[in-house]
Design a protein around this ligand. Structure first.
Ligand SMILES: CC(C)(COP(=O)(O)OP(=O)(O)OC[C@H]1O[C@@H](n2cnc3c(N)ncnc32)[C@H](O)[C@@H]1OP(=O)(O)O)[C@@H](O)C(=O)NCCC(=O)NCCS
Length: 263
């Protein structure tokens, strides 16, 4: 896992809310009635503020306590952190937050980045009808819970990067449109190209092994439709990368453009 690009925190090991939240944030935190929502919200802010603090080189950020950092939202509803540079110009730093089970994760990027989304989900067996609401048939290359959960995290990360949340249909994002499925490729032929392919399934027939493979990088295969396409165009059609990591029974996907961290 690359801790430089995002931060994971355990919701059962959070500091006190007063150490993390600004006064305004504390008032919002206290207004939540459900304990689980409180912890998730607090954990998301702890992860996001820690990500900002960890990645910043500038003393005006590193000298701040976490409760001095306040997280607000941009016009699309995406979480942001505002700071002032030396010329006292306000800069927005894009953040992305997600929570699932006992974890919260957050990613932070510099002001040049206008596309950032992260999602964490626990791998679970879900009802088959769930698949139909969220995925196109062409996307379902496997019914394995791990495969579908990974697909889900990618869509959620992209919905957040687009700032759409629930305003877009998950079917407006098609993952794998340009993915090159090479069936019955001899396994030996894959080894020289191992960096560029992901083996989905190896099968043996008449004592010969062959594989179903998927070309990397997956982000090149993302297609946006309808509202998702309109927002992607509004954001200037940035080139982006999607990275996925797995730990315990969780999957984290992170969509971002590759500008360098500059605060
Ligand atoms: C807004 C959405 C991203 C929330 O997703 P979720 O899985 O319920 O929750 P997560 O924990 O992953 O993310 C919640 C965080 O998203 C962020 N978020 C909310 N609206 C957002 C927006 N418009 N843009 C970017 N980020 C947003 C918030 O920071 C929120 O955390 P906070 O309230 O603690 O600050 C939205 O896509 C959603 O509700 N989806 C529900 C399920 C769905 O349709 N899934 C499709 C999967 S294929």
């Amino acid at each position: 896992m690359n801790n430089k690009t995002y931060k994971i925190v355990n919701l059962n090991e959070l500091p006190a809310a007063e150490e993390i939240l600004s006064e305004k944030e504390l008032a919002k935190y206290n207004s939540f009635r459900i304990e689980k929502r409180k912890r998730e919200w607090l954990g998301g802010r702890f992860a996001a503020k820690s990500a900002i603090w960890d990645r910043s080189q500038k003393s005006e950020v590193r000298d701040q306590k976490l409760r001095d950092i306040e997280i607000t939202r941009d016009k699309y509803g995406r979480p942001i952190y505002q700071t002032q540079n030396s010329k006292l110009k306000i800069q927005n730093f894009l953040l992305s937050i997600s929570h699932s089970g006992k974890y919260a994760v957050a990613a932070a990027k510099n002001s040049g980045c206008n596309f950032l989304g992260i999602d964490i989900e626990k791998t679970e067996q879900r009802h088959p009808l769930w698949e139909k609401d969220y995925f196109h048939e062409t996307e379902i290359l496997s019914n394995a819970p791990e495969f579908l959960t990974e697909l889900w995290t990618k869509k959620e990360a992209l919905l957040k990067a687009l700032g759409l949340g629930m305003k877009a249909d998950p079917l407006d994002i098609v993952i794998g449109d340009k993915i090159n499925l090479v069936r019955d490729t001899p396994v030996k032929a894959l080894t020289k190209d191992a960096e560029n392919v992901k083996i989905i399934k190896v099968q043996t027939k008449d004592s010969k092994q062959s594989a179903v493979v998927q070309a990397r990088p997956v982000s090149n295969g993302v297609k946006f439709l309808n509202k998702a396409l309109a927002r992607y165009q509004e954001l200037g059609e940035p080139d982006f990368i999607i990275k996925t990591a797995k730990f315990e029974n969780y999957i984290v996907s992170h969509a971002f453009t590759e500008e360098k961290w500059r605060i």
